[in-house]
Design a protein around this ligand. Structure first.
Ligand SMILES: NC(=O)c1ccc[n+]([C@@H]2O[C@H](COP(=O)([O-])OP(=O)(O)OC[C@H]3O[C@@H](n4cnc5c(N)ncnc54)[C@H](O)[C@@H]3O)[C@@H](O)[C@H]2O)c1
Ligand SMILES: [Zn+2]
Ligand SMILES: [Zn+2]
Length: 350
């Protein structure tokens, strides 16, 4: 079957990939659509170190094709959004509704694929840039069949991460002021999450002027081209600042732009050795900095919730799909994303 493999030097669309049969508690999903998140590019650039060969992609939706022994949560033919967690379900964090903190979800590194005689890793336990993937059954969250796959695929990372960061991690209250740095797939979902939360002011920052229109469409009240211009529209600073690019200088800017009592949420992922700094005295005014993994989400609950909001017209998913590309045109999609030509996400179709 076809898939996108990164071998440590370059990535390529190949057609000699195989995936194992689902074992106990696992399912095979035929992928119908997959979003191109910056984290996939970060594996290729080395920003996110990952063993190779690895099958890329972690934001996808498709159809359950086969279930392994003992799987009861989904059945053949179900439409599903894939989550990247595959948490154990029985540790103290799973028990407390914090699956992103389940120790078994990080560094487990499954190798369900074979490529040219060698086992190949699954990226983020998902590998959705492949015609088929095998995941834990609790990673396949069923959705109604009338939801288009392209829209559904983006829930798997961008929406869970961005909207979740606002509602679950920061718990932005109605009336708060919000700053969003970086208007990509993640930033747009922070913007629409903040709008859902009832934020009074949503200032979006992106160096790409093409992002202004879509930022406003998703709920931004202001758009500026650099963090230096934020105080022109938010004199006192903001209650919440979300860094959605992955640069330490922008994390610093986000902290410097907090109003008294403000909170910075770091969503972007810089290189794994990056260190950031802040002025300690400035933090004295009840300010805080939060990390955030995958929107601190509970995929089984949140995928259903967000898809429901979408069907009621309260969450934008179709508008997140800026362009669709057949899997074979992966390199064109990457080029268009890196060249800043896309307002929101590139979606690969199968
Ligand atoms: N914390 C998590 O769980 C999680 C999940 C998914 C993605 N991420 C990370 O979030 C980040 C964003 O991902 P994405 O898919 O939205 O990327 P993207 O490529 O779609 O968007 C990035 C945006 O940042 C803008 N930008 C670049 N430099 C800028 C600057 N100096 N100032 C303002 N804007 C700037 C770009 O123009 C673009 O619009 C990445 O680092 C990704 O790895 C984190
Ligand atoms: Zn992602
Ligand atoms: Zn667990």
């Amino acid at each position: 079957m076809r898939g996108v493999v990164y071998d440590g030097n370059d990535y390529q669309v190949i057609d000699d990939l195989t995936v194992k049969e689902p074992g106990p508690g696992e399912v095979t999903v035929r992928i119908e659509a997959a979003g191109l998140c910056h984290s996939d590019l970060s594996v290729i650039s080395g920003t996110i170190p990952f063993p190779t060969p690895v099958v890329l992609g972690h934001e996808g939706a498709g159809v359950v094709e086969a279930v392994g022994p003992s799987v009861t949560s989904v059945k053949e033919g179900d439409h599903v959004v894939l989550s990247t967690l595959g948490n154990c379900g029985s540790c103290e964090h799973c028990d407390a509704g914090r699956p992103t903190m389940c120790r078994s979800t990080f560094g487990s590194r499954p190798q369900p694929f074979t490529w040219r005689g060698e086992p190949a890793y699954s990226f983020a336990n998902a590998s959705v840039f492949s015609e088929r993937t095998v995941v834990k059954a609790n990673q396949a969250v069923p959705i109604p069949k009338d939801v288009p796959f392209a829209a559904a695929s983006l829930v798997g990372c961008g929406v869970l991460t961005g909207v979740g960061a606002v509602l679950q991690r920061a718990r932005v209250p109605a009336g708060a002021s919000v700053l969003v740095i970086g208007v990509g797939g993640i930033g747009l979902n922070v913007i629409q999450g903040a709008a859902l939360a009832g934020a009074s002011r949503i200032v979006a920052v992106d160096t790409n002027p093409r992002k202004a229109e879509i930022a406003r469409q998703f709920g931004a009240t202001d758009f500026v081209a650099s963090t230096e211009a934020v105080r022109d529209v938010a004199k006192r600073g903001v209650d919440f600042a979300f860094e959605c690019v992955g640069q330490v200088k922008l994390i610093r800017a986000a902290i410097d732009l907090l109003d008294w009592g403000g909170t910075c949420v770091m969503l972007g992922v810089p290189e794994s050795t990056a260190e950031a700094s802040f002025n300690v005295a400035s933090m004295y005014l009840d300010k805080g900095v939060l990390g955030c993994r995958y929107g601190s989400s509970q995929p089984q609950r949140d995928v259903r919730r967000y898809v429901d909001l979408y069907r009621r017209g309260r969450l934008k998913l179709d508008e997140l799909v800026s362009a669709s590309y057949p899997l074979a045109d992966m390199k064109t999609a990457v080029h268009d994303l890196e060249a800043g030509e896309l307002a929101a996400r590139a979606v690969l179709t199968f």
